[in-house]
Design a protein around this ligand. Structure first.
Ligand code: SF4
Ligand code: F3S
Length: 120
């Protein structure tokens, strides 16, 4: 099992989650962070640190967020590692924390990276 970053993170990227990860398994894109499921040790520290409750253990994911398992898996293999103290929240994070249905924004920006079935 692994923890998974979901839709609430998009365009916020508060980055509190990466500070205490014992295995540094977060990877960072321009508008979103993901967890590498092969590296995560299921410690639950990051989920408690996220101010917008964007992180869930895979078995506890809400039904409408389950596609983020595959999104985290794929993007973690191509994005660079997030670095505590270097990675910072996005400037409009406070605005975007109150916006729902942000998934399409992410899927458009990574359409050249993700496998086709996730961006249809
Ligand atoms: Fe890192 Fe633990 Fe979160 Fe996994 S659950 S991403 S190991 S802090
Ligand atoms: Fe995103 Fe929450 Fe981390 S908004 S960057 S999952 S602290």
């Amino acid at each position: 099992m692994a923890f998974v970053v979901t839709e609430n993170c998009i365009r916020c990227k508060f980055t509190d989650c990466i500070s205490n990860c014992p295995v540094d398994c977060f990877y960072e894109g321009p508008e979103f962070l993901v967890i590498d499921p092969d590296e995560c040790i299921d410690c639950n520290v990051c989920a408690m640190d996220c101010p917008v409750d964007a992180i869930f253990q895979d078995k506890d994911l809400p039904e409408d967020q389950k596609d983020f398992i595959e999104i985290n898996k794929q993007l973690s293999k191509v994005w660079p590692q997030a670095v505590p103290g270097v990675s910072t929240p996005l400037p409009d994070a406070e605005h975007w924390r109150n916006v729902s249905n942000k998934r399409e924004i992410l899927l458009k920006s990574v359409s050249g990276i993700l496998k086709d079935e996730l961006v249809e």
